[in-house]
Design a protein around this ligand. Structure first.
Ligand SMILES: N[C@@H](CCC(=O)N[C@@H](CS)C(=O)NCC(=O)O)C(=O)O
Length: 221
């Protein structure tokens, strides 16, 4: 069954998780780039599709779908032969959701306190405080992830899943968040392993963004 899908994404943003999942699923889909820096996510046209004003947004036959963890599982369900989620194993499925919830609710939010601090605070000193905490909070979260990856090579052990695409998203931000990666060898190896996958290489080319070996520390946007 072929369904019509359009992913709204921004290059290198968290939408890359959903982009990779679509590519891994080997199903047809269209993409539309949203210019976050120009505020396109707050344009009337985009808000009509997603009142949250965020990407990723996946247009599906049942309407707009948002939130990476939901999109990832929907995409996995469209290509069961790709085994992108362990739907037959309740314990493993719960572990995958536990991991994805941690990425969505803790890791992504820890990062957002840098570039998107204005969501939570207005004064210059409060914004500065939040920016300062980003590298420590990201490091604490990634130290836990490092433990999860001990079994490897993937988040769930031997089986690649959508959790790996989601982890790769935030692992790409470690340099931007000025995280000391010396103790994160498993995370860095996972990031490099991801970039050996043809689906990831196709997404990097389509989004026009660098491989992680070329990522440089940079200021908060
Ligand atoms: N919980 C959402 C978060 C989505 C999100 O915050 N996306 C960012 C890009 S990484 C965004 O659209 N930011 C635009 C803005 O805040 O104006 C998800 O996991 O999909």
């Amino acid at each position: 069954m072929t369904v019509s899908l359009t992913l709204y994404y921004a290059p290198g943003a968290c939408s890359i998780a959903s982009h990779i999942a679509l590519q891994e699923a080997q199903i047809p889909f269209d993409v539309r780039s949203v210019a976050l820096d120009a505020g396109e996510q707050r344009s009337p046209d985009f808000l009509a599709l997603n009142p949250k004003g965020r990407i990723p947004l996946l247009m599906t036959p049942f309407g707009p779908l948002t939130e990476n963890p939901a999109i990832l599982e929907y995409v996995a369900s469209l290509a069961p032969e790709g085994q992108l989620a362990p739907v037959e194993d309740p314990a493993k499925l719960s572990r995958m959701r536990e991991f994805n919830c941690f990425l969505s609710a803790t890791v992504h939010v820890a990062h957002a306190h840098g570039p998107r601090g204005g969501r939570w605070a207005k004064t210059a000193s409060a914004l500065q405080d939040m920016r300062t905490q980003v590298s420590n909070n990201m490091l604490s979260a990634f130290e836990l992830i490092e433990q999860t990856l001990q079994e490897g090579p993937w988040v769930l052990g031997d089986d690649f899943s959508i959790a790996d695409a989601y982890l790769y998203t935030f692992a790409r931000w470690l340099e931007m968040d000025r995280v000391d990666t010396r103790g994160l060898k498993g995370v860095l190896a996972h990031r490099a392993r991801m970039e050996q996958r043809p689906a990831v290489q196709a997404v990097l080319a389509e989004e026009g963004i660098p491989y992680s070996v070329d990522l440089k520390p940079r200021g908060h946007g």
